[in-house]
Design a binder for this molecule. Structure first.
Ligand SMILES: Cc1cc2nc3c(=O)[nH]c(=O)nc-3n(C[C@H](O)[C@H](O)[C@H](O)COP(=O)(O)OP(=O)(O)OC[C@H]3O[C@@H](n4cnc5c(N)ncnc54)[C@H](O)[C@@H]3O)c2cc1C
Length: 265
């Protein structure tokens, strides 16, 4: 892993309240795998309180740039959203264990709940490059929150679901599981905890890798902020994850993310 100052190449609001930021970060990009994340220093001052975990959203074709897609939910992500082209940000990574595509898998189903699309685009790009077929189920509350089609990698087949039915089918992204379960060799998901709880309560005859977004302080397993209970005992989301097998996580014990101050202090 590397700690670098990365110059911002571009930053724009691609969905209301959601920013796509590209930064020059060849050293981290070269080492990264889909599902891994970087710790982004948001602001100046005490380090542990300032770094925010964000998934690697994509890598440019020449391998020199790294993309982040983030929702503004608190002061850290707001600070990041205010950074402009030409400014530099401090990145540390890549961190964690990412998604694993089994060598024998041909058909991959990706389920994205809201901002859960962030790590799945990079996974889709790698899967397509490896010759896999990718179906992407994109779920959001309403049409304006759906990840823009022009940003989807060529070759991805999106299926859109919105809670209010304003675009695509009406419902939840998990409603699509029965339709594609027989097609898929592997399933990958990223979204809110209730989405994972629904999936865990469903009999799925396929392995499912999920990316858990717990509040974390250090990203290295030293602050204990992101520990979770699994069927293999206590694990850290930052270094044992953030990707886990759905069935391994004890979902009754998982808490919704609270503010990081509540976890770390
Ligand atoms: C491995 C990992 C990868 C992540 N990747 C992305 C990503 O690619 N894009 C993205 O937008 N977010 C991602 N997150 C979530 C992101 O780290 C948080 O949204 C961010 O740290 C919030 O910081 P803040 O200072 O803006 O908000 P805070 O002031 O810390 O919190 C404000 C509110 O945001 C919510 N929140 C805080 N932390 C999280 C969290 N970890 N997950 C969900 N909600 C949270 C809580 O409701 C909290 O009350 C990821 C988290 C993890 C652990």
């Amino acid at each position: 892993m590397k700690q670098i100052r990365a110059q911002i190449i571009s930053s724009s609001e691609v969905i209301p309240g959601v920013y796509l930021l590209w930064a020059q970060a060849a050293e981290i990009a070269a080492l990264s795998q889909p599902g891994q994340f970087v710790m982004v220093r948001c602001g100046e001052g005490y380090d542990l309180m300032l770094r925010r975990p964000l998934s690697i959203h994509g890598i440019s074709q020449d391998g020199s740039k790294l993309a982040l897609l983030f929702a503004v939910v608190g002061w850290g992500t707001r600070w990041l959203s205010q950074r402009r082209q030409g400014e530099s940000i401090d990145l540390f990574g890549p961190l964690g264990r990412g998604f694993v595509i089994d060598p024998g898998s041909r058909n991959l189903l990706l389920l994205a709940g809201g901002i859960g699309i962030a790590p799945l685009i990079y996974l889709a790009e790698r899967a397509l490059a490896a010759g896999c077929s990718v179906r992407l189920a994109l779920g959001a509350e309403t049409a304006s929150q759906i990840y823009p089609r022009y940003l989807l990698p060529e070759g991805v087949e999106p299926v859109i679901v919105t809670a209010d039915g304003s675009v695509g089918e009406r419902g939840l992204v998990t409603d699509l599981l029965p339709r594609f379960i027989d097609w898929a060799d592997q399933i990958f998901a990223c979204g809110p905890i209730p989405m994972y709880r629904t999936m865990a309560a469903t009999e799925l005859a396929r392995p499912v890798q999920v990316l858990l977004e717990q509040v974390m302080g250090c990203g290295l397993g030293t602050c204990f902020g992101c520990r979770i209970e699994t069927r293999q005992g206590m694990k850290f989301v930052c270094k044992d994850g953030p990707v886990f097998e759905l069935r391994d996580v004890i979902w009754e014990e998982i808490k919704e993310p609270a503010s990081r101050e509540a976890v770390i202090l």
